[in-house]
Design a protein around this ligand. Structure first.
Ligand code: GLU
Length: 476
């Protein structure tokens, strides 16, 4: 974890922001307006549990309202604090701007270890927290739209949506008050996998540019690359699963709370995931070597390091020993500002959090749009698309018959071509497009300016520029 001489998470985000605005030409005062967090609401509420009233502390921070609603997850973790939610809210502002989701930045958190509570207790706590936030419009389809984060998922989002609906019985858009809901409660296909999928699409896009790959001292494609993942939660698991099963990468290390597993030949990601779900950690998993001090594995040789757990895990105490030439920040803030300086000097390429993990909020955006339009994606077009494709296939087959069966279409081609896109395919396509376009925006700045030497600065510059433009358009 972070050491004494290191700034807090929020200060770390501010330091990176300051480095970026130092390279920009913003009107006086605007820089300060963008950097500061607009408001942070702290709530303490009691819930009667196990025969006593237990008091919980929660936060919802709104960083920037240049666009509304503001957006960002709700985290359940024992270490949640104001500094952390403010840092995360700021990152949401920049993330949304970078991937062009029309939201300001927000974040929430509840100080709780969810593993200590039964499901019905968590429901009571979540509903009460949601009530406290909703009555102040800190959950609202057009003001503030939460989503899952560490320690929360579809289940909590369904409770929040239902709580909001109970409090706003005539709001036809009530479902759009939160994203990351399960499919039967107004969710969207592909939201659970979205952040991990986004990490995969980000890496695919990076590897489409040989000059960028060369900057990391790597070559070739994702196929065969050795990957170390820290945290096999929702994001880390999906990223590791897709990279191994679809891109030919090899996961040589998985770091968890209770140690790490290593295997140069490649770990079976799904098997490890099943093991963790059953046993609560990696300890006892027989098909790989176990390292007790898991954090040491961050320092192992590999091609791509994916920190997908907590903030601040790569800091001044270990930055100089990190050997991975390419780091993709699936977590928010895994590299401190100090470590970022050390790694930049070493030539490590970092694909920054605000881009790398933006898949979650991107698909949240699709879900919100779906909720507001009250119709699933593809419902109107799918069969029409299929019948138009059928026309082409029929015509080609007729021509072939006329020419004495000169050719035939392969059954595989026909199957693929004839099938209209369902919601999941449309969501993946929209996410892929978003990740490619955002990368290209960062890349233009990274390659186009001599004073920008890393992707993080490029990402900040693109994002801040967009937030500034929107403030200017408002006359501020
Ligand atoms: N908690 C996720 C993040 O940090 C998702 C936020 C959202 O979907 O609004 O990006």
């Amino acid at each position: 974890m972070t050491t004494q001489q290191e700034p807090s998470f929020r200060e770390s985000v501010d330091l990176m922001f300051n480095r970026a605005v130092g390279l920009m030409d913003l009107p006086p005062g605007l820089e300060q307006k963008i950097r500061v967090c607009n408001a942070t609401y702290t709530v303490r509420f009691g819930v009667r549990l196990r025969g006593e009233i237990q008091t919980f502390t929660g936060y919802r921070s709104v960083h920037s309202e240049h666009m509304e609603p503001v957006k960002g997850g709700i985290r359940y973790a024992i270490g949640v604090n104001q500094d952390e939610v403010e840092a995360l809210a700021a990152l949401m502002t920049y993330k949304c701007a970078l991937v062009e989701t029309p939201f300001g930045g927000s974040k929430g958190g509840l100080c709780i270890d969810p593993r200590q509570y039964e499901e019905h207790e968590l429901e009571l706590i979540t509903r009460r927290f949601a009530y406290e936030l909703a009555k102040r419009d800190l959950i609202h389809p057009s003001q503030n739209v939460p989503a899952p984060d560490m320690g929360t998922g579809e289940r909590e989002m369904a409770w929040i949506a239902d709580q909001y609906a109970r409090m706003n019985t005539t709001d036809i858009n009530a479902r759009a008050c939160v994203t990351g809901k399960p499919p039967h409660a107004g969710g969207i296909a592909g939201r659970v996998e979205a952040t991990g999928r986004g990490v995969q699409y980000a890496l695919r896009e990076f590897f489409r540019h040989p000059e960028d790959v060369a900057k990391a001292g790597l070559s070739g494609k994702l196929d065969g690359k050795r990957v170390i993942v820290q945290g096999l939660g929702n994001v880390g698991f999906h990223a590791a699963k897709f990279l191994t099963s679809e891109d030919g990468a090899r996961v040589t290390g998985i770091i968890e709370r209770d140690g790490a597993l290593v295997d140069e030949a490649g770990l079976d990601v799904e098997a490890v995931h099943r093991w963790i779900a059953k046993h609560g950690g990696v300890t006892g998993y027989a098909d790989a070597a176990h390292v007790d001090d898991g954090a040491l594995v961050l320092e192992n040789e590999c091609d791509i390091l994916i920190p997908a757990a907590l903030e601040g895990v790569i800091n001044l105490t270990n930055a100089d020993r990190i050997k991975a030439p390419l780091i993709i920040e699936a977590a928010n803030g895994p590299v401190t500002a100090g470590a970022d300086d050390v790694l930049r000097d070493k030539g490590t390429v970092i694909i920054p959090d605000m881009y790398a993990n933006a898949g979650g909020v991107t698909v949240s955006y699709f879900e919100w749009v779906k909720n507001l339009s009250h119709i699933r994606f593809g419902r109107m077009q799918r069969r029409q698309e299929e019948s138009r494709h059928q026309l082409v296939v029929d015509e080609l087959e007729r021509l072939s018959d006329d020419m004495g069966k000169a050719w035939s279409l392969s059954p595989d081609f026909k199957n693929k071509y004839l099938r209209g896109a369902d919601e999941l395919e449309l969501v993946r396509s929209g996410l892929d497009d978003t990740m490619r376009i955002a990368y290209q925006a960062m890349r233009e700045v990274w390659h186009g300016r001599d004073d920008v030497t890393d992707l993080r600065m490029a990402a900040y510059i693109v994002a801040i520029d967009r937030v500034a433009a929107s403030y200017r358009a408002k006359g501020l």
